[in-house]
Design a binder for this molecule. Structure first.
Ligand code: BGC
Length: 512
């Protein structure tokens, strides 16, 4: 057993070394910090649908998650929904106090599109929505915490889904109008914006049956959706530069997610090529058009989907094409890169050259697995491999440039439903990953912030309330939705305050 464990550790460091020495980009500078630098920011994150509840309060209309949890409850593991969830809408003051107790520098949250604009269009603004988010922002700022707004964390207005959702190219302009109103309403105080949370998750899972709105058309709708999101992102960024940058001075990015991947067999050239190509098809799907020097879809992705589409008798590639103007508009449309990262996989080629039916998975053509010695969490596949985040940060530096500022917009531990407030496993995960981020910074990675996911246990999408990612425990059986700090909340507070990971730190209680 031990021999295998060491073997994998060796494989990990060897593979990273390959990336570091074989690339065009070199780290800009290296350091020897024992603690995170003064300007480094720590934060916590939440999302509107997962936390707010109040699904139909004061004029809010249904989004795709309200609609699908109400109409297809069987899609959620415990048949639950987020009608009330943490009741964050009604417990705002208390929650901001909990955030402040962590001593964090920033708070990442998303706004609910249909709370602000119940029609989906900006034709009608809901005064209660504006009041509510003004209050969130003002309370956060009053605690000296920087608000970071995610414009879209998966909760599309159902009215826009009825028009075809993100597969409809018209949604790009509808999103830009929405974003324009957000800047106008809140941009005087909000300086950090994320357009989309996990665009590849949005598009893959809408069409493969994993997430609302639970559609099929896998491998077709998937790329139409991605195309609209990329166009919407590029246009939003350009609009901000033209109309708001000078007066508001904020920064904009996208939160792209990826796991880290290791070749199943480190000495297999084919497996290593699979890792390289899958990074282009998955992370690169959204990152290449925005963050690469050349823009457009990655040539690897273009070649593979064009080839498979032709072989499947499609007259056009299932991966749409940008106009020259769009490539230009999207390329460089960022101030920072948001990175959501949780775990690591092993990867080998699936060897399915031309699959009979289109799907994203068969286009990607890989088989994922995990080492059985990697430490498990409450969610199968969310295994603990702290080094993965460091290798990933170097991959990004090598592939897209070490100059791009990176905000780790999500990283967190999936606790089982039975988890109690003595969450030592979460502490181990957090300490391990954060320590690796510091090491990556010392090795030249340009990470500027780390946002722990998530503030409190909440509605975990298709897993309902069966998983817990929070620093605070929430009693979903009590009407009051009582929040209790877990041990990890105290450890995280200590990391934020000392800017250091201390594996020996034994929390007693919050330092007020
Ligand atoms: C999402 C979060 C989610 C977390 C854990 C991320 O993909 O952005 O909303 O709770 O993963 O599954």
């Amino acid at each position: 057993m031990m021999i295998t464990a060491y073997f994998w550790l060796f494989t990990l460091s060897f593979y990273c070394h390959l990336f570091v020495t074989s690339s065009r980009h070199k780290p800009i500078s290296t350091h020897n910090y024992s603690a995170f630098p003064d300007e480094f920011k720590f934060g916590v994150g939440t999302s509107a649908y997962q936390n707010e509840g109040a699904w139909n309060t004061s004029g809010k209309s249904p989004n795709i998650w309200d609609f699908s949890t109400h109409n297809q409850p069987e899609k959620i593991l415990d048949r639950s929904n987020a009608d009330i969830t943490c009741d964050g809408y009604n417990k705002l003051e208390e929650d901001i106090e909990l955030i402040a107790q962590l001593k964090v520098h920033c708070y990442r949250f998303s706004v609910s599109w249909t709370r602000l604009f119940p029609m989906g269009y900006v034709t009608t603004v809901n005064p209660d929505g504006v009041r509510y988010y003004n209050k969130v922002i003002d309370l956060v700022l009053a605690k000296n915490i920087t608000p970071m707004i995610t414009m879209y964390h998966w909760d599309l207005p159902q009215s826009l889904q009825n028009l075809g959702g993100w597969a409809n190219p018209k949604l790009a302009n509808i999103f830009v109008e929405y974003a324009d109103r957000l800047f106008a309403l809140f941009g005087d105080r909000v300086k950090v914006w994320t357009t989309f949370n996990e665009p590849s998750h949005i598009c893959k899972n809408a069409y493969n049956g994993f997430s609302a709105p639970y559609l099929s058309e896998d491998g077709i709708g998937t790329y139409l959706c991605g195309h609209t999101l990329l166009r919407a992102h590029g246009k939003t960024y350009r609009l901000y530069q033209r109309k708001y940058k000078k007066t508001q001075g904020g920064s904009i990015g996208i939160a792209a997610e990826t796991d880290w991947y290791e070749p199943l067999n480190a000495s297999s050239v084919a497996d290593r090529r699979s890792v390289r190509d899958y990074m282009e098809m998955n992370f690169g799907w959204f990152v290449h058009p925005i963050y690469s020097k050349t823009g457009d879809y990655s040539p690897v992705m273009r070649k593979r989907i064009d080839f498979v589409s032709r072989a499947q008798n499609f007259t056009h590639s299932r991966l749409p094409r940008f106009t020259k103007q769009e490539i230009k508009e999207i390329r460089g449309s960022y101030d920072y890169l948001g990175l959501n990262h949780y775990t690591t996989f092993l990867l080998t080629a699936a060897g399915q050259n031309v699959p009979a039916t289109p799907s994203y998975a068969s286009d990607a053509n890989v088989l994922l697995s995990q080492d059985r010695l990697w430490e498990l969490t409450g969610w199968e596949n969310f295994v603990v491999v702290p080094e993965g985040i460091r290798y990933l940060l170097h991959y990004i530096g090598q592939r897209y440039g070490y100059d791009i500022p990176i905000s780790i917009t999500e990283n967190g531990y999936a606790g089982a439903a039975s988890e109690d407030i003595n969450d030592d496993n979460r502490i181990k995960y957090m300490n391990g990953y954060i320590q690796q981020v510091l090491q990556a910074i010392n090795e030249g990675s340009n990470v500027v912030s780390y946002i722990y996911w998530t503030l409190m246990d909440n509605f975990e999408w298709s897993r309902g309330y069966t998983l817990k990612f929070g620093l605070y425990h929430v009693d979903f059986l009590s009407a009051n939705r009582t929040r209790t700090p877990k041990k990890s909340a105290k450890v995280f507070q200590n990391i934020v305050v000392t800017k250091q990971v201390d594996n020996t730190f034994d929390p007693v209680e919050f330092v007020h």
